[in-house]
Design a protein around this ligand. Structure first.
Ligand code: ZN
Length: 188
């Protein structure tokens, strides 16, 4: 297993729809093992294959509730259903999220409170996740990555301006930029 470099906003792999996986090969199993290791090293609560430069519809997630119950897994070729998000502006304290491909920043974003994700695991067995709150946010965020959407593509105009400034200042927004968990001092 290996920690992989995480691609930063601007690389085309993050901004185009990823391809369906279909059959899980040994190469895919190795990729997913590396994705878990990379997510844990970052650390992050989710990681999609395009974020390590692989344009395939796979993501991993790992989140621990306040009660300490672990929630962790992989979904191959996911489908997503969500409830309509509440109207109004997001609360910066309760509704801010970050992304390992836009490291070190957080912006508020209104998301659906409930989500259902279906797909398969590495053995081709069906997966069904029916969640709410932060887990629903994580699944929506990771699913977006597979459609070439970053959460900063969805934030309010004022925050989008701030984000664009950060992109310019950091020299992001171009192909080929990445960072290495455990090596580069960037926390998301
Ligand atoms: Zn992300």
């Amino acid at each position: 297993m290996a920690v992989l470099p995480i691609v930063i906003l601007g690389d085309p792999v993050l901004h185009s729809p990823a391809a369906r996986v279909g059959v899980v090969t040994d190469e895919i199993r190795t990729l997913v093992a590396d994705m878990y290791e990379t997510m844990d090293a970052a650390p992050g609560v989710g990681l999609a294959a395009p974020q390590v430069g692989v344009p395939l519809r796979i993501f991993v997630y790992s989140y621990e509730d306040d009660d300490g119950a672990p929630w962790r897994g992989v979904v191959v070729d996911p489908e997503l259903w969500i409830t309509p998000p509440e109207p109004g502006h997001p609360d910066p304290d309760d509704e801010s999220e970050g992304c390992l491909s836009f490291p070190g920043e957080r912006f508020p974003l209104r998301r659906a409170d409930r989500a259902i994700v279906t797909g398969t695991d590495l053995d081709g067995a069906p997966v069904r996740l029916e969640v709410d709150g932060w887990r629903a946010r994580i699944l929506q965020h990771e699913f977006d990555h597979l459609d070439g959407i970053l959460y900063v593509d969805r934030i309010d105009d004022a925050d989008a301006k701030t984000a664009a400034k950060i992109v310019r200042k950091s020299g992001w927004g171009v192909p080929g930029r990445s960072w290495m968990p455990g090596v580069d001092d960037l926390d998301a």
